[in-house]
Write a protein that binds this ligand. Structure first.
Ligand code: B12
Ligand code: SF4
Length: 432
């Protein structure tokens, strides 16, 4: 079968830019489409291609001029959902392939893709399901296909998210990501602050926590699934001489014994890479000795969801963490010399005092690169259930986490002005 896997272009719209000319809040990140490389790794018996429209926005027309795919797979996050449908429509017009969508938005809000230009929606990790689907289609079976997490579309009818949890078998870890399929785009995948190439490796999927705003739960049904240490080391080796590895897991340190073993395996393998990985602040506080070992193994930076500065706000998000723990983690990481990328979430309910309070916190605590987003009720999350009646902007193009889609308490222009000022002042000494 000819299989084409598509990464949508950088998209997402910006209210502050469109309404107030504030351009500094729009974010453009770079990185390889690991989801598609993982899927492709289990499809190599087919003629499989990846087109990365973030790296080459004209890439779809170019590849379609020489290829008639039998199956098209499209990935995407929430702000890319409308673009995914546009791409589906474009490929359907071109050669009527079977169109399959998957990824974080499809997993959390599959109903959005119940559309005439989409044939199947995949909820969850999908690496096994997609390969099994391709095999059935190749054998000529187009109907009555039942596979874990697979939803055939029925436009006009209501479809339900299946009660499905991914399992460790869905990682299909014996089939590594097909990194070679994005070779021609590799020069685009740079860590801009350092100007060095960065490769992505998934070592674990999902998270057992239940933060109300977070869409990760939808990916595995709340399970934490880990790859074997050997598979992680193998994937890092496959990236060759790329110096910086971003472990893209929602939490690389969700199983402490495994995290220690992974660290020791990295040292033993003498890979000499630098690593960026996500961790919770309570893990840092409970296991500083593990972080010290990881620092020796090459851990350059950690990404931590601090989210808010008060226990009350953390509790309202069901973060299961404390402000004092966040502060202690910052101090431990500063002492260890590990760079901190710190995620914070401002609420559309923020007033001037709230912006000031966060600004003071960021002045007083050394977070090397604060990443500040706006609380967004992403479809499929508990926060969405709480806030759905307050949403004033339903266009998913704006669900970039840098727009307020519920009404701001402050005058909207003032809200975005203070948001932009906070980012600008907190990034003055930013480094990674
Ligand atoms: C790496 C990453 C990126 C990369 C993506 C590289 C790319 N695709 O080009 C970059 C840096 C570019 C990026 C950008 C953004 N990101 Co990002 N990113 C991540 C991160 C850290 C890891 C994703 C990943 O690679 N996982 C590993 C792969 C293997 O897992 P996966 O993506 O879930 O894919 C598996 C399954 O879902 C499934 N699957 C996926 N697609 C498909 C398709 C088909 C057909 C099938 C069958 C299956 C399938 O198969 C895969 C293998 O099992 C996640 C957080 C996290 N830990 O998940 C945030 C995350 C996905 N990003 C997020 C956001 C918000 C963004 C931005 C909007 C940020 C911004 N404001 O600009 C932009 C979006 C791009 C844009 N502006 O248009 C949010 C998404 C929330 C949401 N629901 O929308 C997340 C969850 C982080 C968060 N804060 O919560 N991101
Ligand atoms: S925000 Fe982090 S800790 Fe909370 S559920 Fe999401 S991945 Fe887990």
């Amino acid at each position: 079968m000819n299989i084409l896997l598509i990464n949508p272009p950088n998209c997402g719209r910006s209210i502050p830019e469109e309404r107030y000319g504030i351009v500094s809040l729009k974010q453009i990140f770079r990185g390889e489409p690991l989801a598609l490389e993982e899927l492709a790794g289990n499809l190599l018996q087919h003629n499989v291609h990846i087109v990365d429209l973030k790296a080459n926005p004209a890439g779809l027309d170019e590849i379609l001029s020489g290829l008639r795919p039998d199956i098209v797979g499209i990935t995407g996050v929430t702000c890319e959902a409308n673009s995914m449908l546009k791409i589906a429509s474009q490929v359907k017009k071109h050669c009527a392939p079977i169109v399959v969508v998957g990824g974080i938005q499809a997993s959390n809000d599959p109903g959005f893709f119940n559309h005439q230009d989409v044939d199947f929606i995949v909820v969850g990790l999908g690496k096994k399901t997609f390969a099994d689907l391709a095999a059935l289609l190749e054998a000529g079976q187009y109907h009555d296909i039942i596979l874990p997490g697979l939803i055939p579309t029925r436009p006009g009818q209501v479809i339900q998210r299946p009660l499905f949890c991914s399992s460790v078998g869905d990682l299909v870890e014996d089939k590594p990501p097909a990194y070679e399929l994005v070779k021609k785009y590799r020069s685009h995948y740079v860590l801009e602050k350092l100007g060095v190439n960065m490769g992505f490796v998934a070592s674990a999927c999902g998270c057992t926590h239940r933060c109300s705003f977070c869409c990760i739960t939808g990916q595995t049904g709340g399970k934490y699934l880990t790859k074997s240490i050997d598979a992680v080391v193998r994937d890092i080796k496959l990236l060759g001489d790329i110096p910086v590895i971003r472990l893209v897991d929602a939490n690389t340190f969700g199983d402490i014994e495994r995290a220690k073993n992974l660290c020791r395996a990295l040292v033993r393998s003498e890979l000499k890479k630098q690593y960026l990985a996500d961790i919770r602040s309570d893990t840092v506080v409970r296991h500083p000795e593990m972080l010290r070992e990881w620092k020796e193994a090459g851990l350059r930076a950690v990404i931590i969801g601090f989210e808010e500065t008060s226990d009350e706000s953390l509790s309202a998000m069901n973060k299961a963490n404390k402000s004092s723990i966040n502060t202690e983690a910052i101090s431990i990481l500063n002492d260890l010399g590990i760079t901190i990328v710190g995620d914070f979430i401002i609420s559309p309910d923020y007033d001037e005092g709230d912006f000031e309070r966060l600004g003071i916190y960021l002045d007083q605590n050394r977070i090397d690169l604060p990443m500040i987003t706006v609380m967004t009720p992403l479809p499929g999350t508990p926060l969405y259930q709480q806030q759905k009646n307050r949403i004033v902007n339903h266009n998913l193009d704006y669900y970039t986490l840098t727009n307020a889609v519920t009404k701001t308490r402050l005058n909207e222009k003032l809200f975005y002005t203070l948001y932009a000022e906070l980012i600008s002042s907190s990034h003055k000494n930013a480094r990674i």
